[in-house]
Design a protein around this ligand. Sequence first.
Ligand SMILES: Cc1cc2nc3c(=O)[nH]c(=O)nc-3n(C[C@H](O)[C@H](O)[C@H](O)COP(=O)(O)OP(=O)(O)OC[C@H]3O[C@@H](n4cnc5c(N)ncnc54)[C@H](O)[C@@H]3O)c2cc1C
Length: 365
Amino acid sequence: MAGCAASIALARKGHRVTLIEREPTPRHKVCGEFLSGEALEDLHALGIDVASLGAVPIDHVRLAAARRAAEAPLPFPAASLTRKALDTALIAEALAVGVNVECGRSVQALQRSTNDVWQATLDDGTTREAATVFLATGKHDLRGHSRPADPQRWVAFKMYFRLSPGQTAELSRASELMLYPGGYGGIQPVEDGIANLCCVVQHKHLPSGGDRWENFLAKMQRDCPHLAMRLASAEPLLAKPIAITHIPYGFIRRTTDEGLYCIGDQAAVIPSFTGDGISIALHTARCAVAAYVAGQPAPVFQAKLRSAMLAQMRLAEIAADGLNNSFARAVLPFCLRVWPGVMRVTARLTRVAQQGVVAPEALVN
Ligand SMILES: Cc1cc2nc3c(=O)[nH]c(=O)nc-3n(C[C@H](O)[C@H](O)[C@H](O)COP(=O)(O)OP(=O)(O)OC[C@H]3O[C@@H](n4cnc5c(N)ncnc54)[C@H](O)[C@@H]3O)c2cc1C
């Protein structure tokens, strides 16, 4: 996401760009696939028309915990679209604007050679050199450029389901957040009438044994009957869920080397319930390109980005801790029914890209 966005913006400004992507073709990724208003604006500016790709408009958020659920309208326009469709469109746009796209090539090492040139060594042993690199490997760390450990040992799963016609109608245009001990999950419609269930849980709360996903899915449904209702008679559409581990929530990169702009999840990792990671990926890409074009050194850019994002990131972390508290799980849906406005306020406050990260020009100046 961030890598494509940066390369499209750079190519449009006349720079020679090579995009190295290890997957031969876009594939499903662990992601709730919620596109916030800011993400939609950035995608539009990149020439991506999400409506024509089949994106589903989302105008409500529903919170379910234990036996209660509460609903509130979203305070901004939003949509959902599979990452496979979105990544395919972004790669096509990158090719269209003249980016040299090398798919199916994985970067194994990235080092600065003596003459101030970065050298990437690919999996076939060949190298690529450039004075400037935008590091956008998302959830995957490159050796020598790692992010800190994830002490909570988060595990995330994604699965697509075809819900029953009744549940499909109930879910329509809503993003539902479900709370359970040790984590939370979201279910929402994506294109072609299917639903995305994406959930995170701390490793110590994951049932042990060989059938981890099946056991975890059963446990989530026991802990959150709202999910059991949604999944009644649902058909799973992937042979097994996609899973990832090591998600350093709350990370914001402090510093970087000369000529190495870190963007997307390599710059900052916001708790997933905010549905803001894609918008941060797009925003950090846009800011990094503006910084590069203005001649702002990468270490200066990275430090400014960090201070601009810090307050909202910490707020999102506090909110995430709250969601993970058993008392909060018991009373939150009740409170939200009494005062639905709090959901709108929380949604606004945790929008990092809108609130804390100012326009690229301001980061550069
Ligand atoms: C459980 C969960 C749910 C989420 N739900 C949402 C949501 O609903 N809405 C939202 O906005 N955000 C969500 N996010 C966050 C969002 O998915 C990320 O913030 C976003 O994808 C980050 O974009 P990126 O460009 O940094 O990384 P990615 O989109 O992950 O892209 C990184 C790319 O780098 C490639 N790559 C990796 N290593 C190499 C290598 N060595 N060589 C070459 N290529 C490489 C990968 O193949 C990949 O294509 C969620 C995250 C999680 C964990």
